[in-house]
Design a protein around this ligand. Structure first.
Ligand SMILES: *[C@@H]1O[C@H](CO)[C@@H](O)[C@H](O)[C@H]1NC(C)=O
Ligand SMILES: *[C@@H]1O[C@H](CO)[C@@H](O)[C@H](O)[C@H]1NC(C)=O
Ligand SMILES: *[C@@H]1O[C@H](CO)[C@@H](O)[C@H](O)[C@H]1NC(C)=O
Ligand SMILES: *[C@@H]1O[C@H](CO)[C@@H](O)[C@H](O)[C@H]1NC(C)=O
Ligand SMILES: *[C@@H]1O[C@H](CO)[C@@H](O)[C@H](O)[C@H]1NC(C)=O
Ligand SMILES: *[C@@H]1O[C@H](CO)[C@@H](O)[C@H](O)[C@H]1NC(C)=O
Ligand SMILES: *[C@@H]1O[C@H](CO)[C@@H](O)[C@H](O)[C@H]1NC(C)=O
Ligand SMILES: *[C@@H]1O[C@H](CO)[C@@H](O)[C@H](O)[C@H]1NC(C)=O
Length: 811
C-alpha cells in the first residue's frame, strides 16, 4: 500500500505544479508553460525550437547553396570553395566542394528520429557523388576526416542498425560506406611520409602529386594523431586493417614525441619531426588528441589508449591546470607560455565527465559560462592575465586588450560540455544554460537564411558564415540536452560522439567479425610501415616471419611494442640527478563578493524534482568574477546583457534562497614543485586525504600562506590562537632555532591543491618519512635529501622556511 500512497502523492504534486503553471505561464510569448520549470511540456517546446532552427537553416542550404559547401546566412548565397585561388587555405581546407553542410548534418536528422528526412538526405548524398570523391580539391586531411568521413560512417551506422529509429533496412544499399571507403582511400596516402605522420593536406584527385611545400610542412598534433578514430571505425566496418594500422601508427608516434613531463607540443613538421611550438595545453591544435585517446579507449576497448589519456590528463593536471582553466605551458619546463585560453578548450569538461571527474568539469565549465555571460558567446581567444598595465584605458580599449581573437563562429564546445554535465548531474542549472543559449540563438544569432556567428565580439558585428558544425554539433548537443529520452541515452551500446559530434558505436558482433576477418593486403602500406620502423626493422621482420600469415600479422601490436621501448630510452636519459624546487605562479588575493539574492518563498519545496546543486550548494559560483575582474570586461553594447545563472525566474524556482557565495580569500598562494626522478605514485584515501609513500615523480602543491585574521581559501577566518600553538622548530637541524627559540609562528602554510586535485578544508597529506631521503641512487636517480629544503617539527608537520605546513604530516 505504500506504493499506492506514493503514487497518489506524486499525482497530487503534479496537480499542484499544473496549478503553478496555470498561474505563472507566460502567455505573452505564446507558450502555455511557465519557463524554467523544465517540465516535459517546456522541454518539448525547446526541442521543437531547436529543430525549427535546424530545419530552417538546412532547407535554406538545400534550396540556395546545395551542392556547394555552405550557405551564407546573411547574404543568402552559397559559400563556395575558392576555386580561383587554391592557396586560400583558410577557405579551402574545409570546403572541398563536397557538400560539407549536407553531409555533416546527416546524423542530426538521425538524432531527431526523422526517418523520412534522413532517407531523403542519404539519397541526395548518393546522387551527388556518383563517382565518389574524384574531385580536384586540395583539402585538409583532419577536417575532412572529422566532418565528411566521420559523418558518412556515423550515418551508415544509423542506416544499418535495426535498433535505431531511422534504420533504413531495404531502403539503403550501403552507399554511405562505399563513399567512406572511397574517401578513406583518397586520404590515406597522406600518411606515406618519412615518419608515418600525415601531411596536413592532400588532393582528393591527384593525391600528394604537385602539392607545394608550404601546404604540407606544418601539422598540429590533433591533426597528426586523431584520424585514428574515424579510420579505425572504417577498418572495423570493412575488415580492411590498413586504415587502422596507418593512422594508429601515427597516433602512437605522436604520443612518443611527448616531453618527459608527458606534455605534447602543439605542432610539428611531419617529415622531419621538427617542433614548431614547444607549447602544450588543451586548446586549438592539440585538443582532440586527448579526446580521442579517451574516446578511442572506450569505443575500441583499448587499454593502451586509456593509458595515453591517463598519463596526459595527469600531466595536464600537474602542469597546466589552474582552478578555473588550463593554461598553455611550456612543454619542457611547464612555465606559463601564453596568458590566454581558446574557445575550443571549452570541450574539456565534457571529456572530464566521461572520465568521471565531475567536480573538476564543473569548475572548468563555469569558466565558459562566465565568458558567455560577459561576451554573449565564447571569444575565440580570451586573455586571462593582462600583460601590461590597464589603468587609464577606456572600456573599449580594455575589451580590445583582452580579446586577441575576437570572433565567435557558434562553436559547439560550451554547449557540448553543458550537455555532458547535465547528463551526469541532472542539475537544472545546465538546462537553464541551454534555454539561455537557445534564446540567444533565436534573438541574437538568427539571420535571414540561417544562424550566423559573431565576427567581432567587441562590437557585436555578425559574421556572414554558418560553418557545418553549427548544424552537426551545436544544434545536436542543444537538442540532446533537452531530450532526456533520446535513444542515444537509453541504449546499452557504447555510443561515443566523435569530435564532430558524430555518434559512433561498435556492436559485439562487429568487433568479433573484425578480429576474425581483418586483412591487410596492400603492399604499398605494408612496405611503408616497414620503412618507417626502419630502426627496428630486424625485429619486425622476425615477428613477421614468425607469424603464421604474414599478411595478417598484427602490425599494430608490433609497432606499439617498438614505440614503447623507444619512448622509454629518452625518458631514462632525462632522469635528473637533482630535484627541482621552484616557486611559481603567484595567486593574487581577490576581493569579497557575496551574492545578495532576495529570498523567495519556496513554493516547490515538496516537489519531487531535481534541485540545482550549483545554485544551492556551490560556494564559489561567483569567484571567477573576482579572480578575473581585470580581464572579464563587458563590451559596452552588452551592458544590459544578464548573467544567465542569476536569471530571476530561474533563481526563484530552483534556489532554496539560502545560496551564499563565499568571499574570496585574502591569503596569498603559491605553487611549489617537487620533481624527483621516478614514477609518480600516490594513494587517495577514502576521505580525500592523500598518502604518499614515495616522492618520486612530479608533484605540484599549492600552499596558502595564512596570517592571523586572514580569510582563507575555504571562507574561514584564521583565529589567532592557532598560531601560538604551532611549533616552528626543526627537530632535525639547528637552523630554525636561530629565529629566537620563539615557537609561535607569524603565519602558517596550508596545502590546498596537489597535482590539480582540490583538497577540502579537513584533508591532510601524509608522507612517509623515508620518502624524504634517498641514500642510494634509485631508479637511475641520485641521492637526495628533501630535508635540506624542508624541515620537520615535533608535531610531525612539514616545515617550509621554518613555518609549519599545517596539513602535511611526515610519519
Ligand atoms: C563543384 O561542384 C559542383 C557540384 O557538384 C560542380 O558542378 C562543379 O563543377 C564543381 N566545381 C569544381 C571547380 O570542381
Ligand atoms: C577610447 O579611447 C580611444 C583612444 O583614446 C578613443 O579613440 C576612443 O574613442 C575611446 N572610446 C570611447 C568609447 O570613449
Ligand atoms: C585480402 O586478403 C584476405 C586474406 O588474405 C582475402 O580474403 C581478401 O580477399 C583480400 N582482400 C582484397 C581486397 O584483396
Ligand atoms: C580587481 O580587484 C582588485 C583586487 O581585489 C582591485 O584592486 C582592482 O581594482 C579590481 N579591478 C577592477 C578593474 O575592478
Ligand atoms: C543585500 O540585500 C539586503 C536586503 O535586501 C539589502 O539591504 C542590502 O543593501 C543588499 N546589499 C547589497 C550589497 O546589495
Ligand atoms: C553539497 O556539496 C557537497 C560537496 O560539494 C556534498 O558533499 C554535499 O552532499 C552537498 N549537500 C547537499 C545538501 O546537496
Ligand atoms: C634556543 O634553544 C637552544 C636549545 O634549546 C639553546 O641552546 C639556545 O641557546 C637558545 N637560543 C636562545 C637565543 O635563546
Ligand atoms: C614570537 O613570535 C610571534 C609571531 O611572530 C611574535 O608575535 C612575538 O612577539 C614573538 N615573541 C617573542 C618573545 O619574541
Amino acid at each position: 500500500m505504500v506504493w499506492y500512497y506514493t503514487e497518489l502523492y506524486l499525482v497530487l504534486i503534479y496537480f499542484i505544479s499544473l496549478l503553478d503553471i496555470a498561474t505563472a505561464s507566460d502567455h505573452s510569448r505564446g507558450q502555455d508553460f511557465a519557463p524554467y520549470h523544465f517540465t516535459d511540456k517546456e522541454l518539448i517546446y525547446y526541442r521543437n525550437e531547436v529543430k525549427s532552427l535546424f530545419y530552417e537553416s538546412l532547407d535554406n542550404y538545400l534550396e540556395i547553396a546545395y551542392p556547394f559547401d555552405e550557405l551564407l546566412p546573411i547574404s543568402c548565397v552559397a559559400k563556395k570553395r575558392n576555386f580561383d585561388d587554391p592557396g586560400d587555405i583558410i577557405t579551402n581546407d574545409v570546403l572541398g566542394n563536397f557538400t560539407t553542410t549536407l553531409i555533416d548534418a546527416l546524423t542530426t536528422v538521425a538524432v531527431f528520429n526523422d526517418r523520412d528526412k534522413f532517407k531523403e538526405l542519404v539519397n541526395l548524398v548518393k546522387e551527388t557523388f556518383p563517382n565518389g570523391f574524384a574531385i580536384d580539391s586540395t583539402i585538409q586531411v583532419f577536417e575532412t576526416t572529422i566532418r565528411i568521413l566521420g559523418s558518412l560512417i556515423s550515418a551508415h551506422l544509423y542506416a544499418t542498425d535495426p535498433s535505431k529509429k531511422v534504420f533504413l533496412g531495404d531502403d539503403y544499399d550501403g552507399c554511405l560506406l562505399d563513399l567512406a571507403i572511397d574517401l578513406g582511400d583518397r586520404l590515406l596516402p597522406a600518411f606515406l611520409t618519412n615518419t608515418g605522420l600525415p601531411v596536413p593536406r592532400i588532393n582528393l584527385l591527384t593525391g600528394l602529386n604537385g602539392l607545394t611545400m608550404d601546404l604540407v610542412q606544418e601539422n598540429n598534433v590533433a591533426a597528426l594523431g586523431c584520424p585514428m578514430f574515424e579510420f579505425t571505425m572504417l577498418s572495423v566496418l570493412t575488415n580492411d586493417a590498413k586504415y587502422e594500422i596507418m593512422t594508429r601508427y601515427a597516433f602512437d608516434k605522436v604520443w612518443s614525441l611527448r616531453s618527459d613531463l608527458d606534455l605534447l607540443p602543439m605542432s610539428l613538421n611531419p617529415q622531419t619531426l621538427a617542433v614548431y611550438t614547444q607549447i602544450s595545453g588543451i586548446g586549438a591544435s592539440i585538443d582532440s588528441i586527448y579526446e580521442y585517446a579517451l574516446k578511442g579507449a572506450i569505443l575500441f576497448d583499448d587499454q593502451d589508449l586509456y593509458e595515453v589519456w591517463h598519463d596526459s590528463y595527469t600531466a595536464l593536471n600537474i602542469n597546466s591546470k589552474q582552478d578555473w582553466l588550463y593554461a598553455n605551458v611550456h612543454q619542457y619546463t611547464s612555465m606559463l607560455a601564453t596568458p590566454w585560453i581558446d574557445s575550443l578548450s571549452a570541450f574539456f569538461p565534457g571529456l572530464q565527465v566521461l572520465n568521471g571527474d565531475i567536480e573538476a568539469a564543473t569548475y572548468q565549465n563555469l569558466m565558459s559560462l562566465k565568458l558567455w555571460d560577459t561576451y554573449g558567446g565564447i571569444p575565440e581567444r580570451w586573455n586571462f592575465q593582462p600583460d601590461c598595465p590597464l589603468q587609464g584605458l577606456n572600456n573599449s580599449e580594455l575589451v580590445d586588450k583582452v580579446l586577441p581573437l575576437e570572433w565567435y563562429p557558434l562553436r559547439p564546445e560550451f554547449i557540448e560540455s553543458t550537455y555532458y554535465l547535465f547528463r551526469a548531474t541532472n542539475d537544472p542549472f545546465y538546462l537553464n544554460t541551454g534555454a539561455h543559449i537557445l534564446k540567444d540563438l533565436k534573438t541574437r544569432f538568427k539571420q535571414k537564411c540561417g544562424l550566423a556567428g559573431i565576427q567581432d565580439i567587441r562590437t557585436g558585428e555578425p559574421q556572414d558564415r554558418m560553418e557545418s558544425f553549427v548544424l552537426s554539433e551545436t544544434l545536436k548537443y542543444l537538442f540532446l540536452l533537452f531530450d532526456d529520452k533520446n535513444e542515444i541515452h537509453k541504449t546499452r551500446d557504447n555510443i561515443i560522439f566523435s569530435t564532430e559530434a558524430q555518434p559512433m558505436w561498435i556492436s559485439t558482433e562487429l568487433k568479433h567479425r573484425y578480429s576474425r576477418n581483418r586483412y591487410f593486403n596492400e603492399t604499398i602500406y605494408v612496405d611503408h610501415i616497414r620503412y618507417v620502423v626502419d630502426e627496428d626493422k630486424r625485429k619486425l621482420e622476425k615477428e613477421l616471419k614468425n607469424s603464421k600469415n604474414s599478411k595478417q600479422f598484427d602490425l599494430v601490436k608490433g609497432i606499439k611494442r617498438i614505440y614503447n621501448e623507444e619512448a622509454m630510452s629518452p625518458a631514462m636519459q632525462q632522469i635528473h640527478d637533482r630535484f627541482k624546487y621552484q616557486i611559481s605562479e603567484y595567486y593574487k588575493p581577490g576581493m569579497c563578493v557575496i551574492s545578495n539574492f532576495t529570498q523567495h518563498k519556496d513554493r516547490y519545496q515538496n516537489k519531487v524534482m531535481l534541485s540545482s546543486n550549483l545554485l544551492n550548494n556551490f560556494s564559489k559560483l561567483f569567484e571567477i568574477e573576482n579572480i578575473y575582474n581585470e580581464t572579464l570586461i563587458k563590451p559596452d553594447y552588452l551592458k544590459y546583457y544578464d548573467q544567465m545563472e542569476i536569471n530571476d525566474q530561474f533563481y526563484k524556482i530552483w534556489s532554496s534562497g539560502k545560496a551564499i557565495s563565499t568571499p574570496s580569500s585574502s591569503t596569498f598562494s603559491m605553487d611549489i614543485v617537487i620533481d624527483l626522478p621516478g614514477k609518480l605514485r600516490w594513494n587517495m584515501l577514502g576521505n580525500g586525504d592523500i598518502q604518499l609513500d614515495t616522492m618520486y615523480g612530479r608533484r605540484k602543491i599549492r600552499l596558502e600562506k595564512i596570517y592571523p585574521n586572514d580569510l582563507d581559501t575555504y571562507g574561514n577566518y584564521a583565529e589567532e590562537t592557532v598560531f601560538s600553538r604551532l611549533d616552528r622548530n626543526d627537530i632535525r637541524s639547528e637552523r630554525c632555532i636561530e629565529v629566537g627559540n620563539n615557537t609561535s609562528v607569524p603565519y602558517i602554510y596550508r596545502a590546498t591543491r596537489i597535482n590539480g586535485i582540490f583538497l577540502s578544508e579537513s584533508n591532510n597529506i601524509y608522507i612517509n618519512k623515508k620518502a624524504f631521503i634517498s641514500d642510494e641512487a634509485h631508479e637511475g636517480g641520485a641521492k637526495f635529501n628533501l630535508f635540506d629544503n624542508f624541515g620537520l617539527n615535533k608535531d610531525h608537520h612539514l616545515l617550509l622556511e621554518c613555518i609549519p605546513i599545517v596539513n602535511i604530516f611526515l610519519e
